[in-house]
Structures are given as structure tokens and as C-alpha cells.
Design a protein around this ligand. Structure first.
Ligand SMILES: Nc1ncnc2c1ncn2[C@@H]1O[C@H](COP(=O)(O)OP(=O)(O)OP(=O)(O)O)[C@@H](O)[C@H]1O
Ligand SMILES: O=P(O)(O)OC[C@H]1O[C@H](OP(=O)(O)OP(=O)(O)O)[C@H](O)[C@@H]1O
Length: 209
């Protein structure tokens, strides 16, 4: 049995067609059923439905053989203990700094609100900017509006969330997409099944790009 960890929402929706192309279709819909383990049309594959930020943990400990996670989550988690063999090219967005549209460029020591503490620390250090990082778990856009921070580090896709809150994108930190990650022991123990799945997915993704 191969267990694949996927988060509900955006990644699940975008991963479904890719999985369907390799014959993996969940039998239940996580939107309407409360099951966390979903059997699929392939007897040898099941999905576990977890929070996006928990995917690296499940795969690292071997609770799932494979997982689908955003590069943002993998970098923040520190996923050196996982294999990351495939860019699935889904859930694409950009990790950026953003500030109020009237705010001056950063000067001196700045306060930054983000859920990406490690990535932000590394980024500002690389820019030679002194930054105090304030960890938030959501609604980062609010922080500059209420004086909690000078700027934020967050994901940007259409830019609608920033615009709706009078913020504007500033520095582009990196492009983000979702990756297939694999538990290192599973890669050895279940090599045939995993290699074959990787191979099929890779071919299908290459055809699209
Ligand atoms: N607006 C977006 N456009 C495209 N991809 C995005 C966007 N927002 C997030 N992503 C990608 O999708 C992944 C999952 O995001 P999602 O919003 O589904 O979960 P989350 O709410 O951030 O996670 P958690 O439930 O663990 O807090 C992110 O890690 C990122 O890689
Ligand atoms: O540029 P946009 O297209 O507006 O997308 C960016 C927004 O998308 C993500 O939030 P999400 O929709 O996942 O909400 P959440 O962080 O509250 O889960 C991200 O945290 C931004 O707030």
C-alpha cells in the first residue's frame, strides 16, 4: 500500500487531475465526508488528508510514503530529510514582501509579520536588512494596517488580497509551486511502486509544460 499525504483545499483540487491521470481517484470526497483516510480507485494507493503545514512531518516520519506540499512549506519546515523528486507545477504563486502602498522603502531595523519566519530571516539577512520577525498564523495583511509591522512576507498570486487591503507587492523572494516529496526509507522499501508512479507523473507533467 502507498500512502500519499495531501492537504484539503487548493493543493487537493489541483492535484486531483494529476492523480486521476495515473489512475488514482479518491472514492470519497473530503469536502462532503469527514474521513481522513480516503481509499482510491487503486487498491494499492490511499490518500491521507491533513493540514498543508503537516505534510512534511507525516512524510518525514513515514506515516505517509509520499506527500504533496508547497515549496514554501518545505523550506519553512526544513525538509532535508525528505526526497523532493518532482515539481508538480501546481498551486503556483510568489513569495513576496509587501507593504502599505504609501509606506516608504524599508530603513533601519524593520518589523516584519509572517508565518514564514525562517524564510524571512534568511531573506532579510541576505539583503543586509535588520528585521524583527513577528510570527503570525494567518491574516498577515492586517499587520501593516494596524501598526503591528512595517511589512509582511506572504504568498501572492493575483494580488487581489494585497490590493483589497491597500498593500502593494515590493520584493520578490521566490517562485513557489507544489512538490511531490517522498520518505527516504519508503523510496528504498517500496522502490518499484514509487519509481513507477514518479515516472508516470513526470511524463504527464512534462507533456503539459
Ligand atoms: N493564492 C495562492 N495561489 C496559489 N497557490 C497558493 C496560494 N496560496 C497558497 N498557495 C500554495 O498552496 C499551499 C497550501 O495553501 P492553502 O491555502 O491550501 O493552505 P494553508 O491555509 O496555507 O495551510 P494550513 O491549513 O496548514 O494553514 C501553500 O503552501 C502554497 O504553496
Ligand atoms: O494574490 P492572491 O490571489 O489574493 O492570493 C494571495 C492569498 O492567498 C493565500 O491565502 P489563502 O487564500 O490561502 O487564504 P489563507 O491564507 O487564509 O488560507 C495567501 O496567504 C494570500 O493571502
Amino acid at each position: 500500500m502507498l500512502t500519499i499525504a495531501v492537504s484539503k483545499g487548493r493543493i487537493y483540487e489541483e492535484a486531483l487531475p494529476l492523480l486521476a491521470e495515473v489512475g488514482i481517484e479518491p472514492i470519497d470526497d473530503p469536502k462532503t465526508c469527514r474521513k481522513l483516510i480516503l481509499r482510491t480507485t487503486r487498491d494499492d494507493v490511499q490518500l491521507v488528508i491533513i493540514r498543508a503545514t503537516d505534510v512534511p512531518t507525516f512524510v518525514e516520519y513515514g506515516a505517509a510514503d509520499l506527500g504533496i506540499a508547497g515549496k514554501d512549506v518545505l523550506l519553512e519546515h526544513g525538509a532535508e530529510s525528505l526526497y523532493e523528486p518532482l515539481d508538480l507545477n501546481i498551486a503556483r504563486c510568489r513569495l513576496m514582501t509587501a507593504a502599505h502602498k504609501n509606506a516608504p522603502p524599508p530603513y533601519g531595523r524593520i518589523r516584519v509579520a509572517t508565518k514564514y519566519v525562517k524564510i524571512a530571516q534568511k531573506y532579510f539577512a541576505s539583503q543586509g536588512i535588520q528585521a524583527e520577525i513577528i510570527k503570525l498564523y494567518g491574516s498577515m495583511e492586517l499587520a501593516p494596517l494596524v501598526g503591528l509591522a512595517d511589512c509582511i512576507v506572504d504568498l501572492v498570486d493575483t494580488g487581489n488580497t494585497l490590493r483589497a487591503n491597500d498593500l502593494e507587492p515590493r520584493e520578490h523572494i521566490m517562485d513557489i509551486s507544489s512538490r511531490l516529496v517522498v520518505n527516504k526509507a519508503a523510496m528504498k522499501m517500496k522502490n518499484q511502486a514509487i519509481a513507477s508512479l514518479l515516472d508516470q507523473l513526470e511524463k504527464n507533467i512534462a507533456q503539459k509544460n
